[in-house]
Design a protein around this ligand. Structure first.
Ligand SMILES: *[C@@H]1O[C@H](CO)[C@@H](O)[C@H](O)[C@H]1NC(C)=O
Ligand SMILES: *[C@@H]1O[C@H](CO)[C@@H](O)[C@H](O)[C@H]1NC(C)=O
Ligand SMILES: *[C@@H]1O[C@H](CO)[C@@H](O)[C@H](O)[C@H]1NC(C)=O
Ligand SMILES: *[C@@H]1O[C@H](CO)[C@@H](O)[C@H](O)[C@H]1NC(C)=O
Ligand SMILES: *[C@@H]1O[C@H](CO)[C@@H](O)[C@H](O)[C@H]1NC(C)=O
Ligand SMILES: *[C@@H]1O[C@H](CO)[C@@H](O)[C@H](O)[C@H]1NC(C)=O
Ligand SMILES: *[C@@H]1O[C@H](CO)[C@@H](O)[C@H](O)[C@H]1NC(C)=O
Ligand SMILES: *[C@@H]1O[C@H](CO)[C@@H](O)[C@H](O)[C@H]1NC(C)=O
Ligand SMILES: *[C@@H]1O[C@H](CO)[C@@H](O)[C@H](O)[C@H]1NC(C)=O
Length: 451
């Protein structure tokens, strides 16, 4: 009797366990391996059996402390954190996404400091975005096995971030690290494929001396590469195949080394400021702006087909080698300049610009201001045609406009012409290309500007 009763009890107990297991088993597959909002480590632990999470992992604003997503290998979705900062409603400009600008008074808190740290020790890939932004308390992000983020990596407004560990990250649609002033070191040596934007701005990164400059080597084309707000970095090297935009704002002493490698050695816009040295491989550039650097020597000998070249306000620039005509290939690779500006470089003496530069032909604008002499136009550049603006202002006391006035008189300088402060505008009808051609060809002189 006693044994039978015991068996019955055991039987009921077993049945109950089976029923419970079925119910909870169904619950597990339905919620924990899908989209999950994480408030505590317990929520993260509930994912530990999910090698693949199909859905988004959202870190809640009240997910304080250290969260580790142990066990998760693939997130087929995104990992995002809810923001702890909002731009105050009174702010004149509401930026989207809200980007921490280093000044808390522009923001109203979301009554949280958010995460202290996030780790994914087993995570290898994310099929959408990794967005950890606007988290004032986040000190550490560690994904030691992460290789691929198919969407954007957005790390904006992380004023406490000390460690970002993504040593094997090879591919991301874009990579943004902005406002992370406590971040001292960063290893992105595995990163090879960023097709969108690569951006590092306003970070505490330090340079460790020797050859230990930051180096980013991208095998694939990158649409934009932007670095700025890096007060301590001494060297930054970029290797890329094609780049739409490369924008570098150095700190006054940054050495920027840029190797454009691959079959298509072209950059759309290359804009460099705040650099102490600039080293460029051979490349074709459409728009090249070198503004406000501490560079003393600038060698553009390997650069081809610059459409717009502006060398402005480089107060220590002494030596300038402009793109030259390749001796072997000859005329085929003449720089097809459209806008040429060399201005505000007070030490750039005319003697240090080499002779026999490519002819200035068919330009939209030509702006030269600074300490250059007469030979710039008689010997260094053969000025053949400027359709648009010509602005020339030399600080050399021996300079006069007589040669340029001749070019003005015979139709070579066809647009608005200003030499040493004297401006002469063309009648509107004469400044068009066809009118210029017709007048130059027929030798009609009635429209000539006379000094
Ligand atoms: C998070 O981890 C850090 C370092 O491991 C520790 O100092 C801190 O107390 C942890 N925070 C919480 C809320 O557990
Ligand atoms: C990233 O997260 C922030 C919240 O911190 C949000 O405002 C922003 O819209 C998100 N960006 C994207 C592209 O999801
Ligand atoms: C922060 O922003 C406030 C309001 O916009 C401004 O008054 C203040 O000067 C700023 N502080 C810093 C350090 O930029
Ligand atoms: C903000 O957090 C504090 C402390 O946790 C709480 O007392 C307060 O009610 C919260 N305020 C809002 C608006 O949620
Ligand atoms: C960052 O990494 C360093 C070196 O590994 C370590 O000493 C420090 O505690 C880490 N800081 C955080 C917030 O995890
Ligand atoms: C580079 O990443 C993009 C997605 O961002 C992907 O479509 C492409 O196949 C990757 N290319 C290589 C060579 O890995
Ligand atoms: C002159 O430049 C214009 C545009 O800047 C271009 O369309 C035209 O083809 C050029 N002409 C020659 C002869 O290079
Ligand atoms: C202008 O400068 C050139 C070269 O120094 C000189 O030969 C010429 O006589 C000067 N012309 C005038 C009008 O001063
Ligand atoms: C204009 O004058 C310059 C200098 O004398 C000369 O080299 C050029 O051939 C002239 N161009 C035309 C169209 O007459």
């Amino acid at each position: 009797m006693e044994a039978k009763g015991l068996l019955l009890i055991v039987f009921h107990y077993v049945i109950n366990i089976i029923i419970l297991a079925r119910v909870s088993g169904a619950t597990v597959t339905a919620t924990t391996c899908g989209s999950t909002r994480i408030v505590s480590q317990a929520d993260a632990d509930a994912l530990s059996g999910c090698a693949t999470v199909t859905g988004d992992i959202v870190l809640a604003t009240n997910a304080a402390g250290n969260i580790s997503l142990t066990g998760v290998e693939i997130v087929d979705g995104s990992i995002t954190a809810e923001s702890c900062l909002h731009v105050a409603d009174t702010s004149p400009v509401v930026a989207i996404p809200y980007i921490f600008n280093g000044n808390y008074s522009d923001y109203t808190g979301n009554n949280c400091t958010g995460l202290a740290s996030l780790a994914g020790p087993t995570l290898s890939s994310i099929s959408q975005a990794l967005n950890l932004s606007n988290l004032p308390g986040l000190t550490s992000v560690s994904f030691p096995k992460l290789t691929s983020v198919a969407g954007q990596v957005l790390l904006y407004g992380l004023p406490s971030l000390e460690n970002l560990t993504v040593p094997h990250l090879a591919s991301a649609e874009s990579f943004h690290l902005v406002y992370a002033q406590e971040l001292q070191r960063l290893d992105l040596n595995a990163l090879r494929n960023v097709t969108g934007t690569f951006e590092i701005q306003t970070v505490g990164l330090t340079y460790n001396g020797g050859d230990d400059a930051f180096s980013i080597s991208l095998d694939q084309a990158v649409s934009s590469f932007i670095i700025g707000g890096i007060p301590k970095v001494r060297g930054f090297q970029l290797v890329a195949s094609y780049a739409g935009l490369v924008e570098v704002q150095g700190n006054g002493f940054l050495e920027f080394v840029y190797w454009l490698a691959g079959d298509y050695n072209r950059v759309g816009t290359l804009s460099v400021s705040g650099c102490g040295n600039l080293v460029l491989s051979s490349m074709a550039v459409d728009t090249f702006i070198v503004n406000d650097n501490t560079i003393s020597e600038l060698n553009l000998g390997g650069i081809q087909t610059i459409k717009t070249l502006r060398i402005q306000n480089n107060r220590q620039l002494i030596n300038l080698d402009l793109p030259s005509i390749p001796p072997v290939l000859g005329f085929g690779l003449l720089p097809s300049w459209q806008n040429l500006e060399i201005s505000g470089n007070p030490l750039l003496q005319s003697a240090l610009i080499p002779y026999n530069n490519p002819p200035i032909q068919n330009l939209s604008s030509m702006i030269f201001t600074g300490p250059f002499d007469y030979t710039w136009f008689t010997k260094k550049f053969a000025v053949e045609k400027v359709w648009g603006q010509t602005l020339v202002a030399s600080t050399d006391p021996g300079f006069n406009c007589s040669y340029l006035d001749k070019l003005r008189a015979n139709g070579t300088l066809a647009g608005i012409y200003t030499c040493q402060g004297t401006t002469a505008s063309m009648p509107a009808s004469s400044s068009s290309t066809s009118a210029g051609h017709r007048l130059a060809a027929s030798g009609i002189c009635s429209w000539l500007w006379s000094p």
